[in-house]
Design a protein around this ligand. Sequence first.
Ligand SMILES: Nc1ncnc2c1ncn2[C@@H]1O[C@H](COP(=O)(O)OP(=O)(O)O)[C@@H](O)[C@H]1O
Ligand SMILES: [Mg+2]
Length: 229
Amino acid sequence: MTQPIIKVQQLDKIFSTDDMLTYALQGIDLEIQQGEYLSISGPSGCGKSTLLSIMGLLDFPTNGKLFFEGADVTKLSLEQAATIRNEKIGFIFQQFNLIDDLNVYDNIALPLRYAEQPLNKKFIKEKVDHYLDLVGMSSLYTRKPTQLSGGQQQRIAIARALVADPSVLLVDEPTGNLDSKSSDQIMAMLEVLNIQGTTLCVVTHDIRYAEMAKRKIYLLDGQILGQRN
Ligand SMILES: Nc1ncnc2c1ncn2[C@@H]1O[C@H](COP(=O)(O)OP(=O)(O)O)[C@@H](O)[C@H]1O
Ligand SMILES: [Mg+2]
Protein backbone atom coordinates (compact mmCIF):
# COMPACT_ATOMS: atom_id res chain seq x y z
CA MET A 1 0.00 0.00 0.00
CA THR A 2 1.27 3.50 -0.79
CA GLN A 3 1.86 6.15 1.84
CA PRO A 4 -1.41 7.63 3.14
CA ILE A 5 -2.14 11.30 2.46
CA ILE A 6 -3.42 11.73 6.01
CA LYS A 7 -2.71 9.49 8.97
CA VAL A 8 -4.07 10.03 12.47
CA GLN A 9 -2.71 8.03 15.40
CA GLN A 10 -4.29 7.75 18.84
CA LEU A 11 -5.75 11.20 18.51
CA ASP A 12 -7.55 12.89 21.39
CA LYS A 13 -9.12 16.33 21.42
CA ILE A 14 -10.20 17.84 24.70
CA PHE A 15 -11.84 21.27 24.77
CA SER A 16 -11.57 23.18 28.01
CA THR A 17 -14.14 25.90 28.63
CA ASP A 18 -15.41 27.49 31.86
CA ASP A 19 -14.07 24.72 34.11
CA MET A 20 -15.67 22.11 31.84
CA LEU A 21 -13.75 19.56 29.81
CA THR A 22 -15.28 18.16 26.61
CA TYR A 23 -13.70 14.97 25.32
CA ALA A 24 -14.52 15.64 21.65
CA LEU A 25 -12.28 12.88 20.25
CA GLN A 26 -10.74 9.86 21.97
CA GLY A 27 -8.19 7.42 20.58
CA ILE A 28 -8.91 7.99 16.89
CA ASP A 29 -6.82 5.98 14.42
CA LEU A 30 -7.48 6.71 10.74
CA GLU A 31 -5.72 6.77 7.38
CA ILE A 32 -6.82 8.36 4.13
CA GLN A 33 -5.20 6.84 1.05
CA GLN A 34 -4.80 8.59 -2.27
CA GLY A 35 -7.91 8.28 -4.43
CA GLU A 36 -10.15 7.25 -1.54
CA TYR A 37 -13.74 8.37 -1.03
CA LEU A 38 -14.30 8.27 2.70
CA SER A 39 -17.29 9.42 4.71
CA ILE A 40 -17.38 10.19 8.41
CA SER A 41 -20.88 10.13 9.85
CA GLY A 42 -22.58 10.14 13.20
CA PRO A 43 -25.02 12.21 15.24
CA SER A 44 -24.61 15.91 15.96
CA GLY A 45 -21.85 16.55 18.48
CA CYS A 46 -20.04 13.24 17.96
CA GLY A 47 -16.81 14.97 16.85
CA LYS A 48 -17.01 14.92 13.04
CA SER A 49 -16.11 18.57 12.47
CA THR A 50 -13.41 18.47 15.12
CA LEU A 51 -11.78 15.48 13.43
CA LEU A 52 -11.97 17.09 9.99
CA SER A 53 -10.53 20.36 11.35
CA ILE A 54 -7.57 18.57 12.86
CA MET A 55 -6.94 16.52 9.71
CA GLY A 56 -7.08 19.79 7.76
CA LEU A 57 -4.62 21.55 10.09
CA LEU A 58 -7.25 24.08 11.14
CA ASP A 59 -6.98 22.87 14.73
CA PHE A 60 -4.45 20.88 16.75
CA PRO A 61 -4.88 17.61 18.66
CA THR A 62 -4.56 17.43 22.43
CA ASN A 63 -2.82 14.04 22.24
CA GLY A 64 -1.74 11.75 19.44
CA LYS A 65 -0.04 12.22 16.12
CA LEU A 66 -0.96 13.56 12.70
CA PHE A 67 0.97 12.82 9.52
CA PHE A 68 0.46 14.55 6.18
CA GLU A 69 1.98 12.79 3.16
CA GLY A 70 4.35 10.98 5.52
CA ALA A 71 5.55 14.07 7.41
CA ASP A 72 4.78 14.50 11.10
CA VAL A 73 2.64 17.66 11.24
CA THR A 74 1.43 17.27 14.82
CA LYS A 75 3.27 20.29 16.16
CA LEU A 76 3.61 22.88 13.42
CA SER A 77 3.61 26.63 13.88
CA LEU A 78 0.44 28.39 12.72
CA GLU A 79 2.36 29.66 9.70
CA GLN A 80 3.66 26.21 8.71
CA ALA A 81 0.16 24.78 9.08
CA ALA A 82 -1.24 27.55 6.87
CA THR A 83 1.31 26.83 4.14
CA ILE A 84 0.37 23.13 4.00
CA ARG A 85 -3.34 24.01 4.06
CA ASN A 86 -3.02 26.47 1.19
CA GLU A 87 -0.92 24.19 -0.97
CA LYS A 88 -2.31 20.75 -0.23
CA ILE A 89 -5.83 20.84 1.16
CA GLY A 90 -9.14 21.88 -0.36
CA PHE A 91 -12.02 22.66 2.01
CA ILE A 92 -15.75 22.73 1.44
CA PHE A 93 -18.09 23.82 4.23
CA GLN A 94 -21.81 23.98 4.86
CA GLN A 95 -21.76 27.82 4.75
CA PHE A 96 -19.90 28.03 1.37
CA ASN A 97 -17.57 30.71 2.85
CA LEU A 98 -17.40 32.71 -0.38
CA ILE A 99 -16.40 36.36 -0.31
CA ASP A 100 -19.47 38.45 -1.11
CA ASP A 101 -17.50 41.43 -2.45
CA LEU A 102 -15.74 39.34 -5.09
CA ASN A 103 -17.39 37.95 -8.19
CA VAL A 104 -17.46 34.25 -8.98
CA TYR A 105 -14.26 34.37 -11.06
CA ASP A 106 -12.26 36.18 -8.36
CA ASN A 107 -13.57 33.87 -5.63
CA ILE A 108 -12.26 30.86 -7.52
CA ALA A 109 -8.98 32.59 -8.37
CA LEU A 110 -8.29 33.52 -4.75
CA PRO A 111 -6.21 30.46 -3.73
CA LEU A 112 -4.00 30.94 -6.79
CA ARG A 113 -3.44 34.61 -6.02
CA TYR A 114 -2.27 33.61 -2.53
CA ALA A 115 0.16 30.97 -3.86
CA GLU A 116 3.69 31.02 -2.40
CA GLN A 117 5.16 31.46 -5.88
CA PRO A 118 3.42 34.23 -7.86
CA LEU A 119 1.51 32.76 -10.81
CA ASN A 120 0.97 34.56 -14.09
CA LYS A 121 -2.43 35.83 -15.18
CA LYS A 122 -2.74 33.47 -18.15
CA PHE A 123 -2.10 30.42 -15.99
CA ILE A 124 -4.65 31.62 -13.43
CA LYS A 125 -7.25 32.27 -16.14
CA GLU A 126 -6.80 28.81 -17.66
CA LYS A 127 -7.21 27.18 -14.25
CA VAL A 128 -10.25 29.22 -13.25
CA ASP A 129 -11.92 28.69 -16.65
CA HIS A 130 -11.31 24.95 -16.39
CA TYR A 131 -12.93 24.66 -12.97
CA LEU A 132 -15.78 27.04 -13.85
CA ASP A 133 -16.56 24.68 -16.70
CA LEU A 134 -16.15 21.57 -14.53
CA VAL A 135 -18.82 22.79 -12.07
CA GLY A 136 -21.06 24.09 -14.87
CA MET A 137 -20.83 27.76 -13.89
CA SER A 138 -18.98 29.29 -16.87
CA SER A 139 -21.85 31.55 -17.89
CA LEU A 140 -22.19 33.15 -14.44
CA TYR A 141 -18.58 34.09 -13.73
CA THR A 142 -19.27 37.83 -13.29
CA ARG A 143 -22.02 37.31 -10.69
CA LYS A 144 -21.53 38.00 -7.02
CA PRO A 145 -22.22 35.11 -4.60
CA THR A 146 -25.36 36.86 -3.29
CA GLN A 147 -26.80 36.67 -6.83
CA LEU A 148 -26.57 32.88 -6.84
CA SER A 149 -28.64 30.06 -5.37
CA GLY A 150 -27.21 27.98 -2.54
CA GLY A 151 -26.47 25.11 -4.90
CA GLN A 152 -24.65 27.44 -7.30
CA GLN A 153 -22.65 28.93 -4.42
CA GLN A 154 -21.59 25.48 -3.31
CA ARG A 155 -20.43 24.68 -6.85
CA ILE A 156 -18.26 27.80 -6.77
CA ALA A 157 -16.89 26.66 -3.42
CA ILE A 158 -16.04 23.29 -5.01
CA ALA A 159 -14.23 25.01 -7.89
CA ARG A 160 -12.31 27.20 -5.44
CA ALA A 161 -11.37 24.15 -3.36
CA LEU A 162 -9.97 22.38 -6.44
CA VAL A 163 -8.24 25.22 -8.27
CA ALA A 164 -4.86 24.86 -6.56
CA ASP A 165 -4.75 21.08 -7.19
CA PRO A 166 -4.97 19.93 -3.55
CA SER A 167 -3.91 16.43 -2.47
CA VAL A 168 -7.19 15.94 -0.66
CA LEU A 169 -10.63 17.53 -0.44
CA LEU A 170 -12.06 17.79 3.10
CA VAL A 171 -15.79 18.40 3.08
CA ASP A 172 -17.93 19.27 6.14
CA GLU A 173 -21.73 18.91 5.77
CA PRO A 174 -21.75 20.14 2.15
CA THR A 175 -25.53 19.93 1.87
CA GLY A 176 -26.42 21.44 5.25
CA ASN A 177 -27.72 24.66 3.67
CA LEU A 178 -29.23 23.19 0.51
CA ASP A 179 -32.61 21.87 -0.60
CA SER A 180 -32.77 18.17 -1.42
CA LYS A 181 -32.45 18.57 -5.20
CA SER A 182 -29.35 20.80 -4.95
CA SER A 183 -27.97 18.46 -2.29
CA ASP A 184 -28.28 15.47 -4.60
CA GLN A 185 -26.57 17.44 -7.39
CA ILE A 186 -23.66 18.49 -5.17
CA MET A 187 -23.16 14.93 -3.89
CA ALA A 188 -23.29 13.59 -7.45
CA MET A 189 -20.65 16.15 -8.43
CA LEU A 190 -18.39 15.07 -5.57
CA GLU A 191 -18.79 11.45 -6.60
CA VAL A 192 -17.72 12.25 -10.17
CA LEU A 193 -14.70 14.16 -8.87
CA ASN A 194 -13.63 11.07 -6.93
CA ILE A 195 -14.09 8.87 -9.98
CA GLN A 196 -11.82 11.31 -11.82
CA GLY A 197 -9.16 10.95 -9.12
CA THR A 198 -9.87 13.45 -6.34
CA THR A 199 -9.26 12.10 -2.84
CA LEU A 200 -12.36 12.89 -0.82
CA CYS A 201 -13.29 12.86 2.86
CA VAL A 202 -16.88 13.92 3.48
CA VAL A 203 -18.34 14.57 6.92
CA THR A 204 -22.12 14.28 7.06
CA HIS A 205 -24.86 13.40 9.51
CA ASP A 206 -27.00 12.33 6.53
CA ILE A 207 -26.76 8.54 6.32
CA ARG A 208 -27.96 8.49 2.73
CA TYR A 209 -25.03 10.65 1.62
CA ALA A 210 -22.55 8.87 3.89
CA GLU A 211 -23.48 5.65 2.11
CA MET A 212 -22.30 7.06 -1.24
CA ALA A 213 -18.67 6.85 -0.09
CA LYS A 214 -16.56 3.79 -0.82
CA ARG A 215 -15.46 3.57 2.84
CA LYS A 216 -17.68 4.66 5.69
CA ILE A 217 -16.50 5.56 9.18
CA TYR A 218 -19.08 5.83 11.98
CA LEU A 219 -18.35 8.08 14.95
CA LEU A 220 -20.14 8.13 18.29
CA ASP A 221 -19.16 10.21 21.33
CA GLY A 222 -15.73 10.99 19.88
CA GLN A 223 -14.81 7.40 19.11
CA ILE A 224 -14.86 5.29 15.97
CA LEU A 225 -17.79 2.94 16.34
CA GLY A 226 -16.99 1.00 13.20
CA GLN A 227 -16.30 1.16 9.50
CA ARG A 228 -17.54 -0.50 6.33
CA ASN A 229 -16.45 -0.67 2.72
N1 LIG B 1 -14.29 25.20 20.10
C1 LIG B 1 -14.93 24.39 20.94
N2 LIG B 1 -14.93 24.62 22.27
C2 LIG B 1 -15.57 23.79 23.13
N3 LIG B 1 -16.23 22.68 22.74
C3 LIG B 1 -16.26 22.38 21.44
C4 LIG B 1 -15.62 23.22 20.46
N4 LIG B 1 -15.82 22.66 19.23
C5 LIG B 1 -16.55 21.56 19.44
N5 LIG B 1 -16.81 21.38 20.74
C6 LIG B 1 -17.55 20.25 21.35
O1 LIG B 1 -16.95 19.03 20.89
C7 LIG B 1 -17.93 18.06 20.59
C8 LIG B 1 -17.82 17.66 19.12
O2 LIG B 1 -18.22 18.77 18.31
P1 LIG B 1 -18.20 18.71 16.71
O3 LIG B 1 -16.90 18.16 16.27
O4 LIG B 1 -18.57 20.06 16.22
O5 LIG B 1 -19.36 17.66 16.41
P2 LIG B 1 -20.14 17.34 15.04
O6 LIG B 1 -19.43 18.02 13.92
O7 LIG B 1 -20.12 15.84 14.94
O8 LIG B 1 -21.53 17.83 15.23
C9 LIG B 1 -19.27 18.69 20.95
O9 LIG B 1 -19.58 18.30 22.26
C10 LIG B 1 -18.99 20.16 20.89
O10 LIG B 1 -19.86 20.89 21.74
MG1 LIG C 1 -20.12 19.41 12.55
